[in-house]
Design a protein around this ligand. Structure first.
Ligand code: ZN
Length: 441
């Protein structure tokens, strides 16, 4: 049997195409490419893997544009804290202790949770070291991932010695990772420069990242304006606001995805829109760390492209794209009215918005001919989605990650009937538990 041809049969297809078409029928993929969407499809040969999607909504996989798969072992270890405390007392010491086996355990756990929950692509920030292990685990799991090593060359005594690096070491390591992984696994794995945030980086490093990212056609992934304490420290060090600093150092552009962007001046909002930068909204993380609520309706009105992300297990504590989607749809209605972020807009944000933030809107984020086969089937038989009046409403407000029945990435079926085909879950669970207790003992 050919395994490079798949037929997802008999579902209701949420295409996320420019016309927001919802059609009944089949989705066919050959060699990873979508060759048919909607209506019955009769294969020319018998070599197709047939995936029964009757009773399911078939849609593009969710894309999360801000995740830390390296932090998954710290789930539940840093609750009820604010950002800078959370980073300095738990997360940075944890990341400094991560060795290669623990990194592998953390990323495999994250990839398994993400894929089983219908997330097919992520923009991931690793830590300073062991980024090869992050790529290798994502490759094995079958996830589409744009990954960067966290860059932290600022000589800040609060950063543990295990995470401190020189400017040249940070840039050299990034260059080597680009050579090894950017475009690997048939383009499924890509690199993004990941200066952690301006406070963890020297100006020299940030300026050089701006130059090299443009020269190499590689994206930039960073955090900004998450917390008022962070914003005050940035003003103290630079005499300017975060987004202005990123712009003046040459990092801001449509190749740049910035997580959070909660505490922004109107000048910063205007700059984000003018430069075409992408903002990744992480509502659970922002609420749990009491960071604040980003002005997403205002950013969208100003013309800023917005995506969604779960951030990391220790600040969420799930990596559940459906949960973020629902929370984003609900959170802004309180302030801006019930029509704010209606279901189709937020579902589009969770799929095509994420694809755009990864620079992959021409390849993924919708089910259209010629795009890559990143396809999920969401079961509509669980009682909490019955009856299904509108598929948009079902996905935005009612469906849960555990309703995801099948998942394909680049045409490869990685979840079938809620079973992950690429990793062994008992091993993933055992390695995660053992590594976490070793690191935190
Ligand atoms: Zn983050």
């Amino acid at each position: 049997m050919r395994v490079d041809a798949q037929l997802f049969t008999g579902g209701t297809i949420l295409t996320i195409d420019p016309n927001h078409r919802v059609v009944a029928g089949d989705v066919a993929c050959v060699d990873g490419l979508i060759v048919h969407v909607g209506g019955p499809y009769t294969p020319q040969t018998r070599d197709y893997q047939i995936v029964d999607c009757a009773g399911c909504l078939v849609m593009p996989g969710l894309v999360q544009a801000h995740v830390h798969t390296c932090q998954t072992l710290a789930r539940g270890r840093a609750d009820d804290m604010e950002l800078l405390d959370w980073l300095r007392t738990v997360i940075w010491p944890y990341e400094a202790k991560l060795d290669e086996p623990a990194m592998t355990a953390s990323v495999e756990l994250a990839c398994a949770e993400l894929l089983l929950g219908g997330t097919t692509a992520i923009l991931d920030m690793g830590t300073v070291h062991h980024t090869d292990a992050v790529f290798a685990a994502a490759e094995r799991a079958g996830l589409r991932a744009t990954i960067g090593k966290a860059m932290m060359d600022e000589p800040d005594p609060q950063i543990p010695p295990g995470l401190r690096e020189s400017t040249s070491a940070s840039l050299d390591a990034s260059a080597q990772l680009i050579a090894r992984w950017h475009g690997a696994a048939n383009g499924r794995l890509r690199y993004a420069y990941a200066p952690r945030f301006v406070l963890s980086c020297t100006e020299d490093l940030l300026r050089e990242v701006g130059v090299q990212a443009r020269a190499k056609g590689v994206r930039i992934h960073t955090h900004a304006s998450e917390n008022t304490g962070e914003v005050a420290l940035v003003r103290q060090r630079f005499g300017k606001d975060n987004i202005v600093v990123l712009d003046e150092l040459g990092l801001l552009g449509d190749h740049c995805c910035i997580a959070h962007c909660i505490h922004l001046s109107s000048e910063e909002k205007r700059l984000l829109a003018a430069r075409g930068a992408h903002v990744c909204h992480c509502p659970s993380s922002n609420l749990k760390l009491a960071s604040g609520i980003a002005s997403i309706p205002e950013l969208i009105a100003a013309g800023v492209a917005v995506a969604l992300g779960a951030d990391g297990a220790p600040c969420n504590n799930n990596l559940d794209g459906f949960l973020e989607l629902r929370l984003a749809a609900l959170l802004h209605k309180h302030r801006s009215g019930p029509r704010t972020l209606p279901a189709p807009e937020v579902v589009r944000m969770a799929t095509l918005g994420g694809a755009a933030a990864l620079g992959l809107a021409d390849r993924i984020g919708s089910l259209e001919l010629g795009k890559r086969g990143d396809v999920i089937a969401v079961d509509l038989s669980p009682l909490h989605t019955v009856p299904t009046e509108s598929p948009w409403s079902a996905i935005a407000y009612a469906a849960k990650a555990c309703d995801v029945r099948h998942v394909a990435v680049d045409g490869n079926l990685v979840v079938r009937d809620r079973t992950l085909l690429t990793l062994e879950l008992p091993k993933v669970r055992e390695n995660a538990r053992k590594s976490a207790s070793r690191l935190f003992s």
